[in-house]
Design a protein around this ligand. Sequence first.
Ligand code: PEP
Length: 252
Amino acid sequence: MRRYVIAGNWKMNNTPDATRAFAEALAPKIAGKDGCDVVLCVPFVDIAAAVEATRGTRIRVGAQNVHYEPKGAYTGEISAEMLLAVGAEYVIIGHSERRTYFGETDATVNLRTKAALAAGLKVILCVGEVKEQRLSGITDEVVRMQIKLDLAGVTAEEMKNVIIAYEPVWAIGTGLTATPEQADETCGVIRRVLGELYGAEIAGATVIQYGGSMNEKNAADLLGKENVDGGLIGGASLKPDAFAVIVEAANA
Ligand code: PEP
């Protein structure tokens, strides 16, 4: 009943020209592989090029952040309405790099999430523990707390447009990957919290991705787990061949 979603997070990589070249390379490699949704979350300045270059393909386009106010004196920020106007359908919120380097907190993640959903964007909400928290055995508590705080005030109806990305921070960009069992277990914890908040039906229908050094070699094992419904992929999403193999794994 859940459909896999494979999303690339390009971070601060690629110009509009490189975006067009990437889309042209990727589209034929994943043509006909309709068993999952494919999203590219690109830098703001690449969104228009990505939308144009993927028109008529099954690739959807997303951003990597959004501001929570609709407009105003917020130098350097981008609103949900602006993202929709250039054709973005998705937005990543609460990525650990934003939390670590740019002062993002659960409170601002919550504001962004509510604003994005109210405007009509689909949200990929990132949660996950740092290494010390996993080693201390408090991973479950950390993700439970993040989910509750980040989704506070999000309605059951709005949950149709929410994807959760479980991203252990120690696995992002490090080449370290959670084992399929660890990924499944913590995605399962997240599903249980969603059940407590929204009931079994919504918990069962919500897509929960794993992210953290997922690549063309480990994707099939991770995606084979019951509670892992897709991937949020950084480094490997910059290579059309590798990304296409991951999409293929989600179709198997
Ligand atoms: C990410 O940026 O969300 C991510 C998981 O990166 P990587 O795949 O490079 O670890």
